[in-house]
Each structure stands twice: as structure tokens, then as C-alpha cells.
Design a protein around this ligand. Structure first.
Ligand code: IMP
Length: 210
């Protein structure tokens, strides 16, 4: 049995990853279960999703002394040159709802509504001081107003390609089949299965920055 600590205080991310990472041979621990204080936070000073995911993974591993998975995610809006991107969480001070209103205001009169969610997961192994990265993306459009109650962040505005409803309307079960996070977790699962079998051939890791 491999124990992995999830380096996040975001209850929504934790729940989504725990649901997606269901493997009989892997036990996913919350930070609290791994002895990390509830208020432990890491300043996201990196310029890329990869840098921030690694920062978080290493900081949690220093306390938990165990393999850690950290998630850094964001929304890239085409008409805003990829903003809010790595700044998605703290784009403007306030609540998720206020950030959504800010985004709608910025896209007022804008016909280009294309956007992409991205997740980079960092798996950090403290024993060998090595890291592996897994990326997932999903394309979609920014709706005209907030719709739906599920999820978090920009979910009430994001309509994935091929759907007419937002992530917040589709709900977590559907979101977990097609989201940026689900796609990154899928790659992590392939890696973990190969790793546990003692082979690291044919694993879907990335090591580039963007
Ligand atoms: P971070 O990964 O903790 O830096 O936070 C990323 C921010 O991007 C979150 O606070 C949300 O605002 C947004 N975000 C990331 N993933 C999602 C998602 O699955 N749905 C909606 N918003 C998300």
C-alpha cells in the first residue's frame, strides 16, 4: 500500500482528487491525517503552474515526511491573453463570486469567450528528492452569467466544449470525468501503477515549464 499526502487545504480539490485517484493499492491522506497543521499554507511565488505545484509539494513533504501530491490549477482566458492563469486564486481580493463578476465585466462586449482550465500535479518523493509532473487541460467557453451551485471557483462560468451547461450545473460526478484535474489525475494513476510494479517505463510525466 502506498500512502500519498494531498498538499491542499482546498476541500473541493481534496474531494475531487480523492474520488478520481481511487486505486486499491493507494491510500490518499488529507494534510490533517498526515499531521500537517490545519492552518499550514504555502505562498505561491512561482511564475508557472509547475513551479507552484512543486513549491507546495515540497513544503508539505517537509512536514509529512511522505510522498506528496500537490495541485496547481488555473483558468486561462483567450481574450485576456491567458489571464488570470497562475493568478487565478488571488486575481482580485474577495470571494469566488466577486472574481467571477470581475471576469464577466472584463469580457463584457467580448465575443471571444474561449478559455482553458489547466492543472499541474506534482508528485514529490522526499526519499529520493525527485519530482514528477502530470498535466491536464480542458477547453471551453465563459458563459454570460453564473449558473449552477456545484463545485468552486470559476465553475459557475465555465462551459466545457461539447456541453451547454457549466461545470457548476453539470455537478461533480460529470466534472470528474472530463475536467483538467481528472485528466492530470489519470496520468498520475498510470504512473503510480507502473511505479508500484517496479517499472518506470512508458509513464506520462512532463518536466517542461509553461
Ligand atoms: P491554486 O491551484 O490553489 O493556485 O488555485 C487555483 C484557483 O483556480 C482556484 O482558487 C480557483 O479559483 C481556480 N480553479 C482551479 N481549479 C478549478 C476548478 O476545477 N474549477 C473552478 N475553478 C478552479
Amino acid at each position: 500500500m502506498t500512502e500519498l499526502v494531498l498538499a491542499t487545504n482546498n476541500a473541493n480539490k481534496l474531494r475531487e482528487i480523492q474520488a478520481q485517484l481511487a486505486l486499491p493499492s493507494v491510500r490518499v491522506l488529507s494534510p490533517r491525517e498526515a499531521g500537517v497543521p490545519a492552518n499550514f499554507d504555502v505562498e505561491e511565488t512561482g511564475e508557472t503552474f509547475t513551479e507552484n505545484a512543486l513549491l507546495k509539494a515540497k513544503a508539505f513533504a517537509a512536514i509529512a515526511h511522505a510522498p506528496v501530491v500537490a495541485d496547481d490549477s488555473g483558468l486561462m482566458v483567450h481574450a485576456l491573453n491567458g489571464e488570470p492563469g497562475v493568478h487565478s486564486k488571488r486575481w482580485i481580493p474577495g470571494s469566488d463570486h466577486e472574481r467571477n463578476m470581475h471576469l464577466l465585466e472584463k469580457l463584457k462586449d467580448q465575443s471571444d469567450r474561449e478559455a482553458e482550465f489547466i492543472t499541474v500535479l506534482a508528485l514529490y518523493l522526499p526519499d529520493t528528492d525527485t519530482a514528477h509532473f502530470f498535466e491536464g487541460r480542458v477547453s471551453g467557453k465563459i458563459g454570460a452569467e453564473e449558473r449552477g451551485n456545484a463545485g468552486f471557483g470559476y465553475d459557475p462560468l465555465f462551459i466545457p466544449d461539447g456541453y451547454t451547461q457549466t461545470f457548476a450545473e453539470l455537478g461533480e460526478e460529470v466534472k470528474n470525468t472530463l475536467s483538467h484535474r481528472a485528466r492530470a489525475v489519470q496520468k498520475l494513476k498510470v504512473f503510480l501503477e507502473a511505479w508500484q510494479e517496479g517499472s518506470d517505463a512508458d509513464v506520462s510525466t512532463i518536466s517542461r515549464s509553461y
